[in-house]
Design a protein. Structure first.
Length: 207
């Protein structure tokens, strides 16, 4: 066992972790943040996607000990209190979820994607989401929601710049969450990184 401290959504979490314990398991079990879901546990479905230092990663493919010292954001870190992040709101408004199992992974992928490409085409949206699987929606509403979120974020950022107001960057996600936040400009891949497959497996998805 090794004692580790991970920073998730701006909070430090300390716990004991076996070398084989995945980051996804530590987030769910030790941090109590169960919004990160486990589906295939092979890095294929994308349900476990989180942000690590601003980039998407498959938390089922990383060991918890590998994440020490990194800044992580899970789906719980998107909303500002009771106010949904514009990306979350767009998914809600455009019926981009049904069972909701895959939604956290889609949301985190969308956050990074719109960071990198604030004015995407439909084709670019579909390519960005290709690494996340959904068994319910048929994807069209998800694509529509991402396009709507891009418009909302761009409008909020533009309005602030026109008035000369300060546009601080969200520390959690790097993208605008309304008139008080904006995106960070950086170059990073929008597909989740895969860092090696732990041997631990389960027989079914974990909500």
């Amino acid at each position: 066992m090794r004692r580790i401290t991970l920073r998730v959504n701006g909070t430090a979490y300390t716990g004991e972790a076996e070398p084989r314990k995945t980051l996804a398991d530590f987030i769910r079990e030790d941090c109590g943040l169960t919004g990160t879901h486990l589906g295939c546990e092979h890095g294929v479905c994308g349900a476990c996607t989180i942000l690590m230092d601003g980039q998407t990663v498959r938390s089922c493919l990383m060991f918890a000990v590998q994440a020490e010292g990194a800044e992580m954001t899970t789906v719980e870190g998107l909303a500002d209190g009771d106010r949904l992040h514009p990306i979350q709101q767009a998914y809600w408004d455009h019926h981009a979820l049904q069972c909701g199992f895959c939604t956290p992974g889609f949301l985190m992928t969308t956050v990074e994607f719109l960071n990198d490409n604030p004015q995407p085409t439909e084709r670019e949206i579909r390519e960005a989401l290709a690494g996340n699987l959904c068994r319910c929606t048929g994807y069209q509403n998800i694509v529509t929601a991402v396009a709507a979120a891009a418009h909302t974020l761009a409008a909020a950022t533009g309005a602030l710049r026109e008035t000369g107001a300060a546009v601080p960057v969200s520390r959690a996600t790097g993208v605008a969450a309304g008139p008080r936040k904006t995106r960070a400009t950086r170059a990073a891949p929008h597909r989740a990184r895969q860092t090696g497959k732990p041997s631990k497996r389960r027989s079914g998805p974990k909500r």
